[in-house]
Design a binder for this molecule. Structure first.
Ligand code: SF4
Length: 362
């Protein structure tokens, strides 16, 4: 028999998953969150009133699954380099991936550039204003569309990220964690909390409250201004039946894919620095043999046994590329696995194959 907490037993019926909420509680939570946000919000640069819709869109994409502390320096760098969608649309994809740096899930960078190209080529460089229009862009899901429409254009939308969902589920449904992704019923349920006025502050505030107070692992319940009406707190904080998803890294294909890409990014960066220094492209042995481009790395260097690697190939690498290659090779000696991941990266558009060498996409 499956053990369920009393709250989860009660909530097994469809109606109890997202229970009705008394109007005075809705109003109390709105007022509390908005006033808390006005005094406690972090001064994130994309919250500056002069921030463009494009800059807000970039911040939202970068912040998915990546902590704000890692996003902020990259976001500033991107905004300096590509302040408009047209700038990003025209940038070499290799440079875009290089400057995505270690934000993780680099396909987000590709999709962002695809969105920039649509905005540049079909929308006269203007970021769409409504959530419905935004959601037609490549890589823009319902959450991002609602967030950009709210924060950039002031549309009254329901912004429902993981933080918001967790706060609402704890406060009003008495459960520790939401399900992995929201369905239509949850989205409709959450919409009732969005006020007519101050809806932008509500959307930003409830997200921030989930990020800083009602956190996933250490909610600050003792200091929480909603402690007295929180259903999860009143139920004794029962553990959730929804398992916490932990993102493993060490030993995973994701780690190895990242290490392969680090080699390509290093080769790209060293080649770009060399071009800037000398004013011309350096011809490499790979290029001279017609087997590659200046920033391409021989696939042998990724997969061949150490004893069979041509020393000239190793010597042709810059120091950073050589170091990245050593790091990558130390992760695994399984050449079949590395070959499979290289093929995946090429299929995903994150790398480009040139006969027997590999580079970031042009
Ligand atoms: S009392 Fe705890 S669980 Fe409830 S809203 Fe506040 S921080 Fe979250």
């Amino acid at each position: 028999m499956t053990h369920r907490t009393p709250t989860e037993s009660r909530s097994s019926g469809a109606d109890c998953q997202f229970p009705p909420v008394a109007a005075d509680n809705v109003e109390r939570v709105r007022r509390t969150i908005i006033s808390w946000f006005e005094s406690a919000a972090r001064p994130l640069p994309w919250r500056d009133p002069d921030t463009s819709a494009w800059a807000i869109l970039v911040s939202e994409i970068m912040s998915q699954q990546t902590p704000v502390s890692r996003v902020e320096p990259r976001w500033r760098e991107w905004m300096d380099k590509w302040p408009t969608p047209v700038d990003l649309a025209r940038a070499p994809t290799a440079e875009v991936l290089h400057r995505w740096d270690r934000l993780g899930y680099p396909r987000r960078a590709l999709r962002l550039q695809e969105a920039a190209r649509v905005i540049a080529d079909e929308l006269d460089g203007q970021v769409p204003q409504t959530a419905v229009e935004l959601s037609q862009l490549p890589g823009i899901g319902s959450y991002t569309a609602a967030a950009v429409a709210s924060f950039a254009h002031g549309e009254r939308t329901t912004v429902l990220d993981t933080n918001v969902r967790r706060v609402l589920i704890r406060l009003f449904a008495g459960r520790e964690r939401p399900t992995p992704s929201p369905g239509r019923r949850e989205t409709e349920w959450a919409a009732q909390f969005v006020p007519e006025r101050d809806h932008v502050k509500w959307n930003a505030g409830i997200m921030e409250f989930g990020a800083l107070v009602c956190t996933s692992r250490n909610p600050q319940c003792d200091d929480c201004p909603l402690n007295d009406i929180c259903a999860w707190q009143q139920a004794g904080r029962p553990a959730s039946a929804v398992k916490r998803t932990t993102q493993k890294w060490a030993g995973t294909d994701r780690q190895l894919r990242g290490a392969i890409m680090d080699v390509l990014k290093s080769a790209h960066a060293e080649n770009a620095a060399n071009e800037e220094r000398t004013g011309h492209r350096k011809s490499t042995r790979l290029e001279e043999t017609g087997n590659g481009l200046p920033d391409a790395v021989s696939i042998d260097l990724f997969v061949a046994p150490t004893s069979q690697i041509d020393p000239d190939l190793l010597d042709s690498l810059g120091q950073a590329t050589s170091d990245s290659l050593s790091t990558m090779r130390n992760l695994t000696a399984d050449s079949t696995r590395v070959s499979r991941l290289i093929a995946d990266l090429v299929d995903d558009g994150l790398a480009e194959r040139h006969q027997d060498s590999l580079s970031l996409p042009r």
